[in-house]
Design a protein around this ligand. Structure first.
Ligand code: PDD
Length: 281
């Protein structure tokens, strides 16, 4: 496998960044994960838009022009022969003598790109059974709208989920409202078949899959309401699912010890998963 690191393509085992890279020392970096399907980057424009937003919120500059970055993503995919899978790209504020303050503005940002094939059949098989999630208090910082690599709370929470036989964690805020998953957005379906997902104004990352799924659901005349829901509401919901670039739509069949619906993936979640790529660009 081949990675792109600051201007060069190198074998993954030799791919490294400086020990004083600010991504390494301070998690002073942002990233994107884009699904690759039949050779195409799914929702690339939206992922680029969010990358630029994350960077600008942190006053990190784009490592290169957007079009050049798109070429690097494609070249990384080509060199790894990825047709179905994902591409990960990360931009840090660069390498500089350790100091909390920003380095001088001429410090070049670090760009790293890696790509990996993913077995679509495996993903579909996982979705056919659905996943269990556990719930935990959201102990992350307020700026989770920035897709930063500061993911330690997510790492610890997802590890805890694993120990309890679950695939994902749903964080909840101080009022008991679900914020989002450890690496996904959270959705439920009410008894009236309304799709509920938390507004992106607070507490969550504005997921690209979430945005595109809202477009799809509305196009198919489903009712989508952006409103926060509690853990209790989720446990009583008709269906639950999560969305992310790598999982697309993944049904949730258990929340903590509560079985959702009849314990199998819900009809709307299955339908949305099946149709997702007809609307994603
Ligand atoms: N995670 N919320 C969080 C905290 C996430 O980390 C992610 C994505 C999402 C979903 O966003 P999107 O639909 O744009 O993938 C929501 C990626 C896949 C990851 O960290 O691997």
């Amino acid at each position: 496998r081949i990675a792109y690191v600051n201007g060069v393509y190198v074998p993954l085992r030799d791919a490294s960044v400086h020990v004083e890279d600010r991504g390494f020392q301070f998690a002073d970096s942002v990233y994107e994960v884009c699904e690759v399907r039949d050779g195409a980057l799914v929702d690339e424009t939206r992922h680029m838009g969010r990358l630029k937003r994350s960077l600008s919120e942190l006053s990190i500059r784009m490592p290169m022009a957007e079009n050049a970055l798109k070429v690097v993503l494609r070249e990384t995919l080509r060199r790894n022969r990825v047709v179905n899978g994902m591409v990960y790209f990360q931009v840090s504020r660069g390498a500089a003598k350790r100091d909390f303050l920003f380095p001088s503005p001429d410090t070049p940002p670090t760009l790293v790109v890696i790509a990996r094939s993913l077995d679509r059949a495996k993903g579909d098989a996982g979705a056919a059974s659905g996943i269990a999630v556990i719930t935990l208090p959201d102990n992350r910082w307020e700026r989770v709208d920035i897709k930063s690599t500061g993911l330690l709370p997510n790492v610890l929470a997802k590890q805890k989920a694993r120990q309890q036989g679950a695939k994902e964690v749903w964080f909840f805020d101080e009022q008991g409202y679900v914020t989002e998953g450890g690496s996904s957005n959270a959705w439920i379906v009410t008894a009236e078949n309304t799709l509920l997902t938390r507004p992106a104004e607070s507490g969550i990352l504005r997921g690209i899959t979430r945005t595109t799924l809202m477009d799809l659901a509305r196009r198919d005349n489903m009712v989508v309401t952006e409103r926060a829901f509690t853990v209790a509401e989720a446990k009583a919901a008709k269906e639950a699912f999560v969305t992310s670039a790598t999982n697309v739509v993944m049904p949730v069949v258990k929340i903590d010890d509560t079985v959702i619906g009849d314990g199998t993936p819900g009809a709307l979640a299955r339908k949305l998963r099946a149709h997702f790529h007809s609307v994603a660009e």
